[in-house]
Design a protein around this ligand. Structure first.
Ligand code: PFF
Length: 449
């Protein structure tokens, strides 16, 4: 049977960028930068992205297109009779857990979309806007209703198929998102505190940067590029034979980083203008930006557009998570697309309910002193994604034939892959060593000076 896939190279790029660009860029990245020393974190983060994230992204695409299957079955095909698919299984569990807590925040963006449509931010003081956020996220019912709506739409799109669902939505959402973020970034630069915001974001002050920052940078680089969750393996499996994987991976990373940086600029310029705390944490986007819009000419429309697009960015990412899980359901469990998408979507909703409730007082589950929500976030992005990716690259760099990799990256000799030598060196030596060092230091085994 012909495997369904993307219709065009642009469509595949937009779908992959759609997966990469999400709440991670607009909601998570700025607050991680904020709590980990600004520019110092940024420097480490971008180095990790180039030297570790990009080679892994290329590798995942190669695995998927070579095997043309889901994230578990691909390893069974490339390494028959071996247990390499264990990384695929970790990925599947991680993507399921991420879908659970991620949809909750995606649901918040819908609530905020309605709040901006009904003009609830205008005239409210920063304190009122802050209380609005905490009382909403800790309330037992409303966030869960929005999460349900969000997952419902996600399931509907994934059910519609790769080209007519995933690709179609991404081709529309990503260009529009880019435009809006750009406008907000430019507007931020014209604000009074613009320079202070830029200094915070770009000036590397290492006195504020801890070993924990390393792990956060590593974890986020995986999270933002959607690595270690099998998504890029799945999307690679839908790529056309003549897709230039090296080039597409580079473009995906550039688009992802650019959007995160512009979002960071938009946010920190306003944080400093209004004297808010840059280390605010998860509330940064939902507390800070609603303060900015009423001050802009046409701010009402920008506010509405921003939260609509935040929701769209989240949507293209939840789609990618559910698509990966659905591909696993289809390829590894022989389910129909409908059954897989609906069944897995409903199970993820249960995780969402627990995550959402853990932020309030009604029914709060705590693990190791963290709310269930924070626990799942940390467990997946700091550990599971890293471990799954580590197993993947050890397999590809040390146990898979170099010629096969080259063959895939050159489209069987049809295109040049001049970066191959550098990529292979990174894959085999630099990435594993860097990852081991960072993981050891994160467990406190390697002490910083
Ligand atoms: N990469 C997306 C983001 O940065 O928001 C979301 C994401 C999708 C994260 C899938 C992790 C993941 F497994």
């Amino acid at each position: 049977m012909e495997r369904r896939g993307f219709n065009s190279s642009f469509g595949m790029l937009m779908a992959a960028v759609g997966s990469a660009v999400g709440l991670g860029n607009i909601w998570r990245f700025p607050y991680i930068v904020g709590t980990n020393g600004g520019g110092a974190f940024l420097l480490v983060y971008i180095s990790i992205l180039v030297f570790i994230g990009l080679p892994i992204l290329i590798s995942e695409m190669v695995i998927g297109r070579r095997a043309r299957s889901d994230s578990v079955d691909s390893f069974k095909k490339l390494a028959p009779g071996k247990k390499r698919y264990i990384s695929g299984l970790i990925s599947v569990i991680a993507s399921f857990l991420i879908l659970g807590f991620y949809s909750v925040v995606a649901g918040w963006s819908l609530e905020y979309l309605i709040k901006s449509i009904t003009n609830q931010f205008s005239g409210s003081s920063p304190q009122v806007i802050e209380t609005m956020f905490t009382s909403f996220t800790s309330s037992p019912i409303k966030p869960i209703v929005w999460t349900f709506v969000f997952l419902f739409v996600t399931i509907f799109i994934v059910k519609s198929g790769v080209a007519s669902g995933v690709e179609k939505v991404s081709k529309f959402a990503i260009p529009v998102l880019f435009f809006i973020v750009l406008v907000l970034g430019i507007r931020g630069l014209t604000l009074e505190g613009g320079m202070d915001g830029l200094r915070f974001l770009f000036y590397p002050d290492f006195s504020n940067f801890t070993m924990e920052g390393f792990l956060a940078a590593l974890g986020h680089s995986f999270f933002t590029l959607s690595l270690g969750v099998g998504i890029m393996i799945t999307y690679g499996s839908y790529a056309k034979d003549d897709e230039n994987i090296g080039k597409s991976s580079l473009l995906i990373s550039i688009c992802d980083t650019t959007i995160a940086l512009i979002a960071g600029i938009a946010i920190f310029t306003s944080v400093f203008t209004f004297g808010l705390n840059p280390g605010e944490g998860p509330g940064l986007v939902f507390v800070t930006l609603p303060n900015v819009f009423p001050l802009m000419p046409g701010g009402y429309l920008f506010g509405v557009a921003f939260f609509l697009l935040l929701a769209l960015a989240a949507l293209t990412s939840t789609i990618s998570l559910l698509e990966t899980l659905t591909a696993f359901g289809i390829d590894s469990m022989n389910l129909s697309r409908n059954k897989a998408a609906i069944g897995i979507g409903v199970c993820a909703f249960v995780v969402s309910i627990i995550s959402s409730l853990s932020l309030g007082d009604t029914f709060s589950i705590q693990i190791g002193g963290l709310s269930f929500f924070d626990f799942v976030d940390k467990l997946t992005s700091n550990y599971m994604l890293t471990i799954a990716s580590f197993i993947e690259i050890i397999f590809l760099g040390w146990f898979y034939k170099r010629e096969y990799l080259k063959d895939e990256l050159t489209n069987h000799g049809k295109i040049k892959a001049s970066f191959f030598k550098v990529y292979y060196f990174m894959l085999k030596y630099v990435v594993p060593i860097a990852m081991v060092l960072i993981i050891l230091s994160s467990f406190g085994i390697l002490k910083s000076a």
